[in-house]
Write a protein that binds this ligand. Sequence first.
Ligand SMILES: Cc1cc2nc3c(=O)[nH]c(=O)nc-3n(C[C@H](O)[C@H](O)[C@H](O)COP(=O)(O)O)c2cc1C
Length: 194
Amino acid sequence: MKHLIVYAHPHESSFCHAVLEIAVKTLQDKGDSVVVRDLYKLGFNPVLSAKDFADLRGGEIPSDIAKEQVYIKEADCMTFIYPLWWTSMPAILKGYIDRIFAYGFAYQFTENGDIEGLLGDKKVFIISTQGTPNDIYDASGMSEALKQTTDIGVFGFCGMNVLEHIFLGKVNCISEQERTDMLQKVQNTLKSAF
Ligand SMILES: Cc1cc2nc3c(=O)[nH]c(=O)nc-3n(C[C@H](O)[C@H](O)[C@H](O)COP(=O)(O)O)c2cc1C
């Protein structure tokens, strides 16, 4: 199984980074191949520009977009790891999706004008951390809204099979034991998924 992890957190002391480390280790221990695209470390340009539009419409794929699309083509499973910022993914990751999940690569219109997802052979895991406890976001409908806008609105739209979205809540003020339990949950989920 070939895994592509798209990681979007600027610093290594973050809980997201601990999640990244355990995810890579778990998948590699299974003998799977893992490629990590660390968007901040790469200095990924997240702005879908007028030039990008012109190039893509003219059938020319900008080289940095083409490079990331090759990583996606080669992967069986994509895992996204990010902190929740303003009830969404960080802008750098949103920009990755804006630019890389382009028309003709991730989706297209059929002759009838229906949307056709083009990434139907990809499985997806989403692991997001958040400051708010899960039960508060569950009760308010926010957890469901996040699933609608991200899992279904982005990845489902492209035909991808979202296996699980793990919400790690209240991570700014958890005990060492809670932290260990959350990392264990990530490990167990990735271990048992394939
Ligand atoms: C710019 C910014 C926006 C945030 N917005 C939210 C939010 O909408 N909901 C929430 O629960 N936590 C929010 N947080 C808290 C982060 O989700 C939390 O600090 C992060 O998940 C902690 O994990 P980390 O150690 O991996 O950064 C925000 C934090 C920042 C810096």
